[in-house]
Design a protein around this ligand. Structure first.
Ligand SMILES: [Mn+2]
Length: 332
C-alpha cells in the first residue's frame, strides 16, 4: 500500500460523498499539480457514480488546459455553492482558494495536500508533506483503493507530478513517485505527448517577457541569491499574461553557486514573490514566512502589502541572515 496512513480517511471521505454533489476546489493561480489533482479526483468520483465538478477562482493555465477536457471545470468568483460537499486539493490552507472563492466557501469536508505548512482545516485531512505532488497522493490512494485509473485520469496525474517535480529533478523526487509514475504510463499516460503539450506551446509574448526577466537578473548576498522582477507595465507591453510566468523563478537557480532564487512581481501597493532553493539546507518557506508567505522547504511564495522599495531591503537582509545561518549545513 502506498499511503496506509491515509487509506481509511480517504474511504470515509468518499463514503460521505455518496449520493451528494461534490465540488473539488483548487487554489488561486493554479499550477499543473492543482489542475491535475482537481481533474483526476473529479474523474474518479464520476467513475464511482458520484456527481462531481471542479471549480477554481482563476482560469486554467493554458499549458495544462488539455487535461481538463471533458471534465466539468468552472471558474468564477465569487462562486455560489449550493449544498455541495467540498474537497480542497493542493491548498496549504483554506484561504489559498482565493479571496473571492473564500467568501462563500462552506464547511470543508476534505483536504488533500502535500504542503508542509498544512495544519488541517477539514473534516478529513489527508496531508502527506513527504509527497512530491498532490497528484502523487491521489495516484497512490486510487491504486490502494483499487479504483479504475483510465488514460485521461493517468494523464492528469502525470501532468501534476511532472510539473511539481520539475520533470523528476527536484529533491522531492523519490522512488515512490517514480513507481507511481511508471504505473501511470502503463495506464496510458504518454510522457512525450504530455511534455509537448505542456512545454512546447509557448507564446512569443512569454518569450519577450522572459527576456526582461533574464535581463534584470542580479546576483547578491555573496553570490548565493539571484533575484529578478517584473512590473505591471511589462505585461501590458509584451502582451503576456500573469499565468505565463510559471517557471521564471527557476532560471536564477540554474546559475553556478546560486542557492536561492527569487522572482518578484511588482503591483500597485503589493509585491508578490516566488522563492526557490536547490535543497532543504536553505529553507525558503521560513524566509517567505517572515513576509506573510509560506510553502515548501525548497519552493515558497509570499504576498506583501507595500512598495518594492520598502520591501526589498528588508527581504535582502532576511535572505542574507538565512543564507549565513544555513551555510555549511548542507556540506557535512
Ligand atoms: Mn502541489
Amino acid at each position: 500500500m502506498y499511503f496506509p496512513g491515509l487509506h481509511s480517511a480517504f474511504k470515509e471521505l468518499l463514503l460521505q460523498c455518496r449520493g451528494q454533489k461534490v465540488a473539488v476546489v483548487g487554489h488561486r493561480r493554479p499550477d499543473g499539480d492543482c489542475i491535475g489533482a482537481q481533474v483526476a479526483l473529479v474523474r474518479i468520483l464520476q467513475a464511482l457514480n458520484i456527481d462531481a465538478f471542479a471549480v477554481n477562482e482563476s482560469t486554467i493555465p493554458k499549458r495544462v488546459n488539455f487535461i481538463a477536457e471533458g471534465v466539468p471545470f468552472y471558474h468564477g468568483a465569487p462562486w455560489e455553492f449550493s449544498g455541495e460537499k467540498v474537497i480542497l486539493v493542493d491548498c496549504s490552507d483554506a484561504a489559498r482558494v482565493g479571496p473571492e472563492m473564500a467568501k462563500n466557501l462552506p464547511g470543508i469536508l476534505g483536504n488533500i495536500d502535500h504542503h508542509r505548512s498544512n495544519e488541517g482545516f477539514a473534516t478529513f485531512d489527508l496531508v502527506e508533506a513527504k509527497s512530491a505532488a498532490t497528484c502523487e497522493i491521489l495516484a497512490g490512494l486510487f491504486i490502494d483503493c483499487g479504483f479504475p485509473v483510465d488514460e485521461l485520469t493517468a494523464q492528469a496525474l502525470w501532468a501534476g507530478i511532472v510539473t511539481d517535480t520539475g520533470n523528476f529533478t527536484y529533491p522531492s523526487t523519490t522512488g515512490q513517485v517514480l513507481q507511481l509514475s511508471a504505473y501511470l504510463i502503463r495506464m496510458g499516460a504518454s510522457p512525450s505527448k504530455i511534455a509537448q503539450l505542456i512545454y512546447e506551446r509557448e507564446s512569443l509574448a512569454r518569450m519577450k517577457l522572459l527576456q526582461r526577466v533574464l535581463d534584470r537578473m542580479e546576483v547578491v548576498a555573496g553570490g548565493l541569491l539571484c533575484y529578478t522582477w517584473l512590473k505591471e507595465k511589462d505585461f501590458s507591453e509584451t502582451g503576456a499574461t500573469y499565468e505565463e510566468t510559471e517557471g521564471f523563478v527557476s532560471y536564477g537557480r540554474s546559475l553556478d553557486g546560486v542557492q536561492v532564487a527569487a522572482y518578484f512581481e511588482i503591483h500597485d501597493g503589493e509585491v508578490k514573490g516566488s522563492l526557490r532553493s536547490g535543497d532543504e539546507t536553505y529553507r525558503v518557506d521560513l524566509l517567505a514566512g517572515q513576509f506573510g508567505g509560506g510553502g515548501h522547504a525548497c519552493a515558497a511564495g509570499l504576498t506583501w502589502k507595500g512598495s518594492f522599495r520598502e520591501f526589498f531591503p528588508q527581504f535582502l537582509q532576511a535572505a542574507e541572515r538565512l543564507l549565513e545561518a544555513s551555510k555549511g549545513r548542507g556540506e557535512t
